[in-house]
Ligand binder design. Structure first.
Ligand SMILES: Nc1ncnc2c1ncn2[C@@H]1O[C@H](COP(=O)(O)OP(=O)(O)OP(=O)(O)O)[C@@H](O)[C@H]1O
Ligand SMILES: [Mg+2]
Length: 484
């Protein structure tokens, strides 16, 4: 393990690191920070939750001249929430250096954004569409940008985004340093990336698996129509602190979130069709524990760092193995433990094998729990609450009342009644989720469209949907940006 001091980090940043409770550098930090400080281009690949943000954030801050008020570093991230989070982490690191990072993303009022930009932040963290919009309007000037970072580089270079990224990088002076980070870097994407960089150094933190060891991975083989009841039962049994449930479409996210609410869970959905205000408020409620179950599309799969996420459910298995890695990586972060449970329909079992092969990890089979198991799980949770109260509270004020109860009833009956009151008994309201076709592994089909070729090794026909989906996302970025 390397200390930050050994890496030659300056005093103001050392102070911030101390305040943040970072004692030692993680492997990706100790390997990439020296290279980045020397001005080299770097492709950094390390597992989810291992501190890639600070791995690029620290060298950027070391290089910036705090007295100069031009934008000196530009960080691009695929989603708005991630742009906000990365800016927050950098601002924490920059606390004693007089440097400011501003998040800039679609869905926020252009006027307000332009006003904030006039306060001259030295770092901008942006989503691609909105950034391009600002570049065209010349409301963001990048003449003095020395470092460009693509966080979640593979996602952004994938398919529909590649042209945007090329345009963005083209607008930045050529002498710049370019840093690329992600937990996954398929070879095809890495090759594209190399063309955008100057003799990049590749840092790949060696790990047996693509996924993090401290995430225990399970799968449940279950027909589509039983998925929802199985999910409810699981949530009852595991009683997660915070859980994220990934579903494949926005419609299913809405349906699953509403279904869970009907069954008595504090659940909310998040996806790209919600307004930015709604997206932020759902995420904030989840971060503060006012929502226990976040139901999401892949919009929440990349980069989000929410402490306390103990369980990730793949209600629908993702189309590509990389998404699987990122989704389950929302738990088990910074050395904590986590569980990932994927629902696989019988026809999707081949897909499970593909994911296991690419991630070099195994999922353990779990049998679908029964309603009886779920009730037992809930009772267990109530028992734990009683035991916790018993251990941590002064109960003397309740002794008299307890004695009164025991005059007329035996102790088992009294405790059973207390347990029943504490137990969230299942509201067995039927919930219908509209069905969806299973994902399948198909042989690659040839295509003349270069942008489609990126994921060819995995998918044939379905990949076209993915392509269209990304195109649509790109269009949305641009449309939203234009409208605001
Ligand atoms: N050296 C460190 N010591 C302790 N905690 C750290 C250290 N570096 C980063 N962290 C914390 O670890 C968590 C995960 O970091 P981060 O979000 O940068 O991971 P990541 O590698 O970018 O993950 P992902 O691939 O999901 O984007 C954050 O809460 C961060 O503050
Ligand atoms: Mg990250």
């Amino acid at each position: 393990m390397t200390t930050f001091k050994e890496l030659g980090i300056s005093q103001p940043i050392m102070r911030a690191l101390e305040k943040m409770g970072f004692e030692e550098a993680t492997p990706i930090q100790s390997e990439t920070i020296p290279l980045a400080l020397q001005g080299m281009d770097v492709i950094g690949q390390a597992q989810t939750g291992t501190g890639k943000t600070a791995a690029f954030g620290i060298p950027i801050l070391e290089k910036i001249d705090s007295k100069q008020r031009d934008i000196q570093a530009l960080i691009v991230a695929p989603t708005r929430e991630l742009a906000i989070q990365v800016a927050e982490e950098i601002n924490r690191l920059a606390k004693f250096k007089g440097i400011r990072a501003l998040p800039v993303y679609g869905g926020q009022h252009m006027d307000r954004q332009i006003r904030s930009l006039k306060e001259r932040p030295q770092i901008v963290v942006a989503t691609p569409g909105r950034l391009l919009d600002h570049l065209r309007r010349k409301t963001i000037r990048v003449d003095n940008v020395q470092t460009a970072v693509l966080d979640e580089a593979d996602e952004m270079l994938n398919m529909g985004f590649i042209d945007d990224i090329r345009d963005i990088l083209k607008s930045i002076p050529e002498e710049r340093q370019t840093l690329l980070f992600s937990a996954t870097m398929p070879k095809e994407i890495r090759d594209i990336a190399t063309h955008l960089m100057k003799e990049p150094k590749e840092v790949k933190i060696k790990a047996k698996e693509l996924t993090v060891e401290n995430i225990v991975q399970y799968f449940v083989e279950i027909p589509e129509k039983y998925k929802f009841d199985t999910l409810s039962n699981h949530l009852d049994i595991n009683d997660p602190d915070l859980a994220i449930v990934f579903a494949r479409t926005k419609k299913r996210v809405d349906e699953v979130a509403e279904g869970l609410q009907v069954r008595g869970f504090r659940a909310e959905g998040i996806h790209g069709d919600l307004t930015q205000g709604k997206r932020m408020s759902v995420l904030n409620k989840f971060k503060h524990g006012r929502v226990d179950v976040l139901v999401a599309t892949d919009v929440a799969a990349r980069g989000l760092d929410i402490s306390g996420v103990t369980h990730v459910y793949n209600f629908d298995i993702p189309q590509d193995p990389e998404s699987y890695v990122h989704r389950i990586g929302r738990t088990g972060r910074a050395g904590r433990m986590g569980e990932a449970i994927s629902f696989i329909t019988p026809r999707e079992m081949a897909h499970l094998k593909l994911i296991e092969k690419v991630t070099k990890s195994k999922m353990k089979r779990l049998m679908p729990p029964s309603n009886q198991d779920a009730l037992k799980g809930q009772q267990q949770a109530s028992m734990e609450r009683i035991l916790k109260t018993l251990e941590n509270s002064d109960l003397s004020a309740y002794h008299e009342a307890a004695n009164d109860l025991l005059q007329d009833h035996d102790s088992i009956t009294v405790i059973a009644a207390a347990l029943k009151m504490l137990t969230k008994e299942r509201k067995d309201v039927p919930v219908h989720i509209s069905s969806i076709a299973p994902v399948s592994v198909k042989k690659a089909q040839h295509s003349n469209d270069k942008r489609r070729s990126n994921n060819k090794r995995y998918y044939g026909k379905r990949q076209n949907n993915n392509y269209n989906h990304n195109r649509k996302r790109k269009d949305n970025y641009q449309r939203r940006s234009r409208n605001k």
